[in-house]
Design a protein around this ligand. Sequence first.
Ligand SMILES: [Zn+2]
Length: 242
Amino acid sequence: MDLLPSETTSQIAKKHGFRSLKLVNVDLDQVLEDQPVGADYGRIDNCLFYYVRRNSKPRMHAALALAVKAGSVLEEEEERGVVHMVEHLAFSATNKYTNHDIVKFLESIGAEIGACQNAVTSADETVYELFVPVDKPELLSQAISVLAEFSTEVRVSKDDLDKERAVMEEHRGNRNASGRMQDAYWILMMEVSKYADRLRIGLEKVIRTVSAETVKQFYRKWYHLQNMAVIAVGDFSDTQMS
Ligand SMILES: [Zn+2]
């Protein structure tokens, strides 16, 4: 089936100013592969999933991610906002790294400082992402170690939590008109499902008063290695896991 008008490729390319544009013929009856294409993947000790893919641009860099199947839809009423708090607390401190260590590490890879800059929480998942140079093995292994800490070693202390409450409240307060419209649109689309009342922004009351114990319980309940994948895409010489 032709998805594009009956102009030729070169006419379309000229019109839109592309130097090269290839038309891909999509056979809509063809069944999509259910396995990732072009990536080495598997499970480590039958737990954590991994996906590794070689990509030479940008040169000598890699994107590493820890994807956790924990999103706001899993929250109970008294936990609304907690999954996003966990994301923020990960950057506050872990059992091995203090806040100062994490900030220093982010600076060393030229990343912006802070949770929302290096992680995203949605209704279904939380993804931590770090961009690192691959020609500095110590940075690469530190990045992997930071992600490993996020997976099971986030420190949820009362002090860390109290500091984050203010940051999260600021988030809520700073939502502009378009953010609030998006929320309203989402609620309408998801009507009658749990997604409609589990916006990741959470409830003001929960953010102000939730106990460190409740946050810890949520973290322990959902952050399991079998619920996570580590993804590495970069200018690697090979993609074999060792
Ligand atoms: Zn955030």
